[in-house]
Ligand binder design. Structure first.
Ligand code: SAH
Ligand code: SF4
Length: 373
């Protein structure tokens, strides 16, 4: 793992470029066009962490790259592997000392990576730990893409370790960091770069209507899946737990979502964090069904039982209550899944890693020993 030095901050980071920009940069250096493809292969396919590994590039060019560009943007602080489901939570340090998290989630037939887009978040949802200190800053394109590259390098490049699905559900509101998120999606879906399938990338938003519309109208934004954190089925409750709902009302949000073009394989995911006694009552499930109305084929509901954190004012409902909520939706023929958080033992939920690791710092070495044990 390369260490970032202060000097590195001034350098160009190639992972901030989509393919067109990479080609332009290559041209500016006076190099032949094919070098863009060559660099993309080493960075995104081979996922190298140093220029010396780029063996088909001449020594002089490698030296030039070393002097003028930077490769990795994240420094691994620590990682924790769940003994229950094998998910791995990573804590990364950025060049300015801020920390972010990513979570690798192995599933039966594929692997998913949950990535962050901001340090903190300005949205202020009452049940979310990420937003406690507000927004500290946006991540750069390179910092977003690097989570994928470095986690894949860490878990291994063998086919069974391949990350095929990416969810923008870590720290931050992706659509509030629009340009960098867009470019990261371009890099992740471009055949000449990472080349993941568009359908396997999900962007989760708290429901900023203007940004959702912007994304759908933007021809350069690769079409990916949209998830919207609804979290309540009536305006009053939603406003109480998500301040953003005051300006992005439930009615307007649902109208917007209903108006989006429907494409097979791109059902919109409605996320719903279940908070005991607040939004998990039988009448809430009926309200949610009414809200979805006749558009059952367009949506999929993901029920996420609340993950408590120190000082949080909400409680997690028990399994029975969660299942009852799901059953009501099923009775309306609405597809609804329960997402018990992965890696419960390592609290691999949105924004919770940072706190635990910072308060209770465990050295990288001791974690390595633990994981290898
Ligand atoms: N900002 C985006 C994406 C990151 S949050 C969004 O809000 O959609 C990803 C998901 O985690 C959201 O659905 C959010 O509602 C959920 N979440 C946040 N805090 C949680 C907690 N403590 N327990 C369970 N889910 C939580
Ligand atoms: Fe931000 Fe999402 Fe957390 Fe809300 S749930 S504060 S939008 S990260």
């Amino acid at each position: 793992m390369t260490q970032t030095t202060k000097e590195d901050k001034q350098k160009v980071n190639l992972k901030n470029f989509n393919f067109k920009e990479l080609e332009n940069w290559v041209k500016e250096q006076g190099w032949p066009k094919f070098r863009a493809k060559q660099l993309a292969k080493w960075i995104y396919n081979k996922k190298v962490g140093s220029y010396d590994e780029m063996t088909d590039i001449s020594k002089e060019i490698r030296q030039y790259l070393k002097d003028n560009t930077q490769l990795d943007t994240l420094e691994l602080v620590s990682f924790e592997k769940s003994k229950i489901d094998g998910s791995i939570k990573f804590l990364w340090k950025l060049h300015d000392g801020h920390t972010i998290e990513s979570v690798f989630i192995p599933e039966r037939d594929h692997n998913t990576l949950c990535i962050s887009t901001q340090v903190g978040c300005a949205v202020g949802c009452k049940f979310c730990y990420t937003t406690k200190d507000g927004l500290l800053r946006n991540l750069t394109t390179a910092e977003i893409v690097d989570q994928y590259i470095q986690v894949q390098r860490f878990v291994g490049l063998e086919p069974e370790k391949r990350i095929s699905n990416i969810v923008y559900m870590g720290m931050g509101e992706p659509l509030a960091n629009y340009d960098n998120v867009k470019k990261s999606v371009q890099i992740l879906t471009d055949e000449k770069m990472v080349g993941l399938s568009n359908r396997k990338i999900t962007i989760s938003s708290s429901g900023i209507i203007a940004q959702i519309l912007k994304m759908y109208e933007d021809k350069e934004f690769p079409q990916v899946r949209l998830a919207v954190s609804l979290n309540a089925a009536d305006q009053k409750t939603r406003e109480m737990i998500m301040p953003i709902a005051k300006t992005n009302t439930l009615e307007d949000l649902m109208k917007t979502l209903n108006s989006l073009p429907f494409k097979t394989g791109y059902r919109i995911m409605l996320e719903y964090v279940l908070l005991k006694g607040i939004n998990d009552r039988e009448k809430d499930a009926h309200n949610l069904a009414r809200l979805i109305g006749k558009n059952k084929k367009k949506y999929k509901v993901n029920l996420i039982p609340f993950n408590p954190f120190e000082g949080s004012e909400f409680e997690r409902p028990d399994e029975k209550r969660v299942e009852r909520f799901q059953k009501i939706l099923w009775d309306y023929n609405i597809s609804a899944f329960i997402r018990w958080s992965k890696g419960k033992d390592i609290s691999a939920a949105c924004g919770q890693l940072r706190k635990k690791q910072l308060n209770n710092f465990i050295s990288k070495q001791s974690l390595l020993e633990k994981t290898n044990a």
